[in-house]
Ligand binder design. Structure first.
Ligand code: NDP
Ligand code: AKG
Length: 411
């Protein structure tokens, strides 16, 4: 099932549980604005190349639209649309005053030089600068983009609108980025996992984890989990997959990845088939790469008891049903990975206030938001007698529906 069909199906199920009428459902589902732009830019050898860029602004009932920009070869309109919709429900679940958006460019950032990436980012910004802004739509990093990408967007945007650090989050600290934003999604995953395990009388220490994806989110999650005594027994990225049943030494793996640009060849673990990583024997599985990776083909073989969705939309609805029958507990993306956008919100607040928080304050506030988030989700599970995914969807959709009705959508 494609990402948009899957996300919209979850939305409709939540709307039915909430008893939303069909007109309001339609109004909430259809994006506010979908932008598609041509980005033609010279390569380093002077030849011209054209990429297609997207920004989908899904909803702004609760505040400025917010969401990352992804550079990946598989970026396509339906997926960006689904990811923008997920951002609307995610910011509502986190209870931060934002709507949802997402963007992307269909390119392989690994094939581009730094100067080619800079030119592409500047051309994309030139095409969308009049549609983003501090109080309209605030981009951030996602797969294939990082703090440097945000610095280029900030600089290009500022040429048109004056210096505006709050127009993007996830910036370098020297340009007004927040302490703790780089680690925030992984740290949020840690806090969410702790809060969930607490419900089962368990803690991180001694649990066996498998992490798919070792970029920003996966590597921070693995590092913070291992610091809490969790045993990360298998990890994968685009270069391959590795396993050590005794637990991988994450600080050493991080050094290896810095030097070798991937987990492949790490001497402290055995190489395994990347296709087997999701079905490895473990207690907790953390998908932290692409969407749709847990589907009807592999769900029945998953051995983890808990799945913490660090990635966006890693689990297909068909897999959800199979896993529910097996008793696997899934902590859904729109709650589990909300630590990133929550600290993005803290960054935006700091930029607007012109006052910088220390890292301890950022992390303490993040823990408060993540702990309260699970409590709110569980309350909806009790009210609607549903699983955690529907608990999160009903929570997010209900908050957006209430804001929409209060603002007077029937004009
Ligand atoms: N960054 C953030 O703050 C947030 C990110 N997310 C979500 O988390 C996920 C990861 O994002 P992020 O860490 O930022 O992205 P990064 O680009 O930093 O990292 C992505 C990781 O996934 C790996 N990867 C790509 N394809 C595969 C594959 N087929 N199998 C295994 N690994 C693969 C990449 O390998 P390689 O580097 O070798 O290509 C890399 O290790 C995405 O779904 C994103 O939407 C959610 C909330 C916030
Ligand atoms: O930090 C942000 O604004 C958005 C992060 C993001 O894209 C996501 O949560 O999926």
């Amino acid at each position: 099932m494609n990402a948009l069909a899957a996300t919209s199906r979850n939305f409709r199920q939540a709307s039915r549980l909430l008893g939303l009428d069909s007109k309001l459902q339609k109004c909430l589902l259809i994006p506010f604005r979908e932008i598609k732009v041509e980005c033609t830019t010279p390569k380093d050898d002077g030849t011209l190349v054209t990429y297609v860029g997207f920004r989908v602004q899904h909803d702004n009932a609760r505040g400025p639209m917010k969401g990352g920009i992804r550079y990946h070869p598989e970026v396509e309109p339906d997926e960006v649309n689904a990811l923008a919709q997920l951002m609307t429900w995610k910011t509502a679940v986190a209870n931060i005053p934002y709507g949802g958006a997402k963007g992307g460019i269909g390119c392989n950032p690994g094939d581009l030089s730094i100067s080619e990436l800079e030119r592409l980012t500047r051309v994309f910004t030139q095409k969308i600068h009049d549609l983003i802004g501090i109080h309209t739509d605030v981009p951030a990093p996602d797969m294939g983009t990082n703090a440097q990408t945000m610095a280029w967007i900030l600089d290009e945007y500022s040429k048109f609108h004056g210096y505006s650090p709050a127009v993007v989050t996830g910036k370098p600290i020297d340009l007004g980025g927040s302490l703790g934003r780089d680690a925030a999604t992984g740290r949020g995953v840690l806090f969410a996992t702790e809060a969930l395990l607490n419900e089962y009388g368990k803690s991180i220490a001694g649990q066996r984890f498998v992490v798919q994806g070792f970029g920003n989110v996966g590597s921070w999650a693995a590092q913070l989990i291992s610091e809490q005594g969790g045993k990360v027994i298998a990890v994968s990225d685009i270069t391959g997959a590795i396993k050590n049943s005794q637990g991988i030494d994450i600080p050493n793996l991080l050094k290896h990845v810095k030097e070798s640009h991937g987990v492949k060849g790490f001497s402290g673990a055995d190489s395994i088939d990347p296709n087997s990583v999701l079905v490895e024997d473990c207690d907790i599985l953390i998908p932290a790469a692409l969407g749709g990776v847990i589907n009807r083909d592999n769900a029945k073989d998953i051995k983890a008891k808990f799945i913490i969705e660090a990635a966006n939309h890693p689990t297909d609805p068909e897999a959800d049903e199979i896993l529910a029958k097996k008793g696997v507990v899934i902590l859904p993306d729109i709650y589990a990975n909300s630590g990133g956008v929550t600290v993005s919100y803290f960054e935006w607040v700091q930029n607007i206030q012109g006052f910088m928080w220390d890292e301890e304050k950022v992390n303490t506030e993040l823990k408060t938001y993540m702990t309260r988030g699970l409590k709110d989700v569980k309350e909806m599970c009790n009210t609607h007698n549903c699983d955690l995914r529907m608990g999160a969807f009903t929570l997010g959709v209900n908050r957006v529906a209430r804001a929409t009705v209060l603002r007077g959508w029937e004009a």
